[in-house]
Design a protein around this ligand. Structure first.
Ligand code: UDP
Length: 259
């Protein structure tokens, strides 16, 4: 299972070569080693950013992939490499196109610990624990119901379970490969996410309205019928408040450790 990579869309715009190195070139090297060593199955962390700005929401795996930022392109190029390698060698793969991964281990053993995090729910729970004084809302003029960006937030616990199910399938099928959206088929706006954080924390976190970030699409939501049909996988923690609650619990562990 190949998880390593760079994941910040605006950074990919300002430093695309970093993304083509860590997401594309490094995976090429890993694939070469996998072929040499006879690794039979490969699971790749791909992304919803491989699509173009979807003309329709939700987005299906067969929709056009025309990434609007280098992050998405760096991962799409890797998908192509894996496909070509699998066509020529005894290796099958599953590329999971992650939507917005959030939350933390429900048992509090692990979670996102990135210094200088940029992802919305992480930022919001950092604000809730006093690490930040406000949350920026990047763009209030998108073509979405409340003008803020809409995303499909998937709990990391469910995403992890999808990997296990995918590996079991690859082992059973041996030659067949899959590219699957990993999301819940429902979107929340930035404001709705921040409302959930306020609700869960019983706080009113300050919101600062700012301009759109480079490379951000208005809305990205997964059509998840393929993953539901392909894997024996059913979301367990898809409630937004649960995602926020688990992210917050982990943030409190980190705050406690930092004391
Ligand atoms: N966002 C925001 N404030 C932040 C971080 C993100 O308004 O501090 C918005 C961002 O513009 C996008 C959504 O939240 O509409 C999700 O962004 P994130 O960086 O979490 O993930 P991405 O969709 O870029 O992979």
């Amino acid at each position: 299972m190949h998880f390593a990579g760079s994941v910040v869309v605006p950074e990919s715009v300002s430093d695309s070569l970093k993304y083509y190195r860590s997401n594309t070139a490094a995976t090429r090297a890993l694939l070469e080693s996998a072929v040499v060593e006879g690794v039979p199955h490969f699971i790749f962390s791909s992304t919803a950013a491989t699509y173009s700005t979807p003309v329709k929401v939700p987005v299906v795996e067969t929709d056009p992939t025309v990434p609007i930022n280098p992050y998405g392109m760096s991962k799409l190029m890797t998908e192509a490499m894996i496909r070509d390698v699998a066509a020529a060698h005894p290796i099958n793969y599953c590329a999971l196109r992650y939507f917005n991964v959030a939350g933390a281990d429900p048992q509090g053993r692990s979670g996102q610990s990135t210094v200088g995090a940029t992802h919305l729910i992480k930022i919001a729970v950092e604000a809730a624990t006093g690490k930040r004084d406000a949350v920026s809302v990047f763009g209030t003029d998108f073509d979405t119901p409340d003008g803020t960006g809409v995303r499909d937030y998937i709990h990391v616990h469910d995403l992890a379970a999808a990997h296990v199910a995918a590996l079991e399938l690859l082992v059973a099928e041996l030659t067949k490969s899959h590219t699957l959206n990993a999301g819940y088929n429902r979107g929340f706006s930035v404001n709705e996410v921040l409302d959930a954080v306020d609700r869960v924390t019983n706080l009113t976190i300050q919101r600062r309205h700012e301009r759109r970030r480079a490379g951000d699409p208005a809305a990205l939501v997964a059509d998840n019928s393929a993953i539901l049909a392909t894997l024996p996988w059913r979301p367990q923690r898809d409630d937004l408040d649960t995602i926020v609650r688990d992210a917050l619990a982990w943030e409190r562990v980190l705050a406690e450790r930092a004391r």
